[in-house]
Design a binder for this molecule. Structure first.
Ligand SMILES: Cc1cc2nc3c(=O)[nH]c(=O)nc-3n(C[C@H](O)[C@H](O)[C@H](O)COP(=O)(O)OP(=O)(O)OC[C@H]3O[C@@H](n4cnc5c(N)ncnc54)[C@H](O)[C@@H]3O)c2cc1C
Length: 448
């Protein structure tokens, strides 16, 4: 079936797959042009703000603070049509996409902006048992698992010996560090205020990474600062160590050690969204589609790849990192090039304006590299810079206000945001389903 809502009065049609930073940036730029009709397709009817997923997982923010309806974003733009569909096949020759339930959309220009997915690097049991943090769905799932464990230990303290309060975080990049810091704060500040019978001192957070430092892209001074902050907040760092197996009730580490745990949080890496494999295009590093300097795909005229799904070369020829700012800017440049092409003008190469990188480590602790010379700041100042940058990136005004209220509340009070256990299935645990966990019971909490 083809798209029933063609806009006959518009000269050109664009289809965008993905309403993340890249797809949104592209659609917002195209919305300004009346000659173009845009179909923006996403499997969710909302845009999700991934940088704050860890705050949803640790009950600092509610899900609705970081998700914004795509239809609301484009409510005033009648040349932008939003479709809720999962795209399962792409014909780049005809610039046609097909949904898993059989609908098709054909365009004059096609933009692939489908983002990433977690990369478990074929670690046995990881995709089944670990908790990734890539989507709102992941974040609410993880929140329910954390809260479910707290509730169960509150009623039965002996579960601590079975690893109920052992939290294992895989990956020392921004996702791992941010979730480790936020979880440590939650256990130190908000949980004691709310769970009167729970011995929170028995909780263990272990952060693992194969490398020798956390937040590798930052300086050695920053590495030392992050390690100091997390260690002070009782996060145990296990650098030079990875996970080689994840069971329902345990994690086996690369050094042979085992940990009884019901919560392995996966921040171990990402790869291109499955759509990249469904386009019949060559896949480069990370399974991503190699974009040309103007963001088109070689051999597929009129087809663009932007954001996380693409390898986009920076000024040094190396692929730019998977960041919200890269995605947003590449989406906008793709829109400019599409409009140039429709107008018979030359396309321009993408030029990334690097505004720096930042990571939150926990309450009143963050690091940021800002400005052209990547000046590094730490502590409260970086925390405030982080709040400002992320609030300004949020899609809707309501989100900005609510998130800022929640963040301010967190800074000045001892209770966190919504501690809502809304995913019963994520909180449900069969304590006898993993013989390896039973063997490790008691031992791992004593060892750590
Ligand atoms: C936990 C976490 C923390 C992060 N923190 C930061 C940070 O602090 N700063 C920063 O700059 N960056 C951060 N990033 C990276 C940043 O969020 C990404 O680089 C950015 O979201 C990429 O944008 P995108 O539009 O390419 O992809 P996404 O934002 O992933 O959007 C892709 C969209 O495509 C849709 N989609 C995918 N496949 C299909 C399909 N087959 N059919 C229909 N729809 C589909 C998805 O539903 C999604 O809406 C973080 C990422 C994560 C996961």
């Amino acid at each position: 079936m083809s798209d029933k809502r063609e806009a006959p009065d518009r000269a050109h049609r664009v289809v965008i797959v993905g309403g993340g930073f890249a797809g949104l940036g592209c659609a917002q730029r195209l919305a300004e042009n009346d000659d173009v009709s845009v179909t923006l397709i996403d499997r969710n009817n909302y845009h999700q703000f991934q940088p704050l997923l860890y705050q949803v997982a640790t009950s600092l923010l509610g899900g609705s603070d970081i998700a914004h309806s795509l239809r609301a974003v484009f409510a005033g733009q009648d040349n932008i049509d939003v479709k809720l569909a999962e795209i399962s096949a792409v014909d780049t020759a005809t610039k046609t996409v097909r949904s898993s339930d059989g609908d098709e959309w054909t365009a004059d220009a096609l933009v692939l902006a489908a983002g990433s997915q977690p990369n478990f690097f074929d670690t046995p049991g990881a995709s089944e048992n670990a908790f990734p943090l890539y989507s709102l769905d992941n974040a609410t799932n993880l929140r329910s698992r954390i809260l479910g464990l707290l509730e169960q230990v509150d009623r039965d303290p002996t579960l601590v010996q079975r690893g109920a309060l052992n939290f294992v975080i895989v990956g020392g990049g921004p996702t791992g560090v941010e979730v480790a810091g936020a979880l440590a704060d939650m256990l130190a500040v908000t949980v004691p205020a709310e769970y009167h019978d729970l011995d929170v001192g028995a909780a263990r957070i272990q952060l693992l990474d194969y490398g020798d430092a956390l937040l590798k892209p930052f300086s050695d001074t920053a590495h030392a600062y992050v390690a100091k902050v997390l260690t002070e907040r009782k996060v145990q760092l296990r650098l030079g160590t990875g996970v080689k197996e994840v069971g329902p009730g345990h994690a086996r580490l690369s050094d042979g050690a085992g940990i009884a745990t019901r919560c392995v949080i996966w921040g171990g890496g990402i790869k291109a969204a499955p759509l990249a494999a469904n386009c019949g295009l060559a896949q480069g590093h990370g399974g991503r589609v190699d974009a040309q300097p103007d963001l088109t795909i070689a051999g597929s005229p009129g087809v663009y790849a932007v954001g996380d799904v693409a390898n986009i070369a920076g000024p040094d020829g190396k692929p730019l990192p998977q960041l919200g700012s890269v995605a947003l800017q590449s989406g906008k440049t793709a829109a400019d090039n599409i409009l140039a092409e429709f107008g018979g003008k030359p396309r321009k190469p993408f030029a990334y304006h690097d505004k720096g990188i930042m990571a939150m480590i926990g309450r009143r602790a963050a690091i940021a590299e800002v400005g052209k010379d990547h000046h590094e700041i730490h502590g409260q100042l970086a925390h405030i810079a982080w709040l400002g940058v992320h609030a300004s990136l949020m899609t809707g005004t309501r989100d900005k206000i609510e998130a800022t209220i929640d963040w301010s509340w967190d800074r000045f009070s001892k209770t966190g945001g919504p501690h809502v256990l809304d995913r019963g299935e994520a909180a449900e645990i069969n304590w006898d389903d993993d013989p390896a966990a039973t063997a490790l019971s008691g031992a791992s909490s004593a060892a750590s």
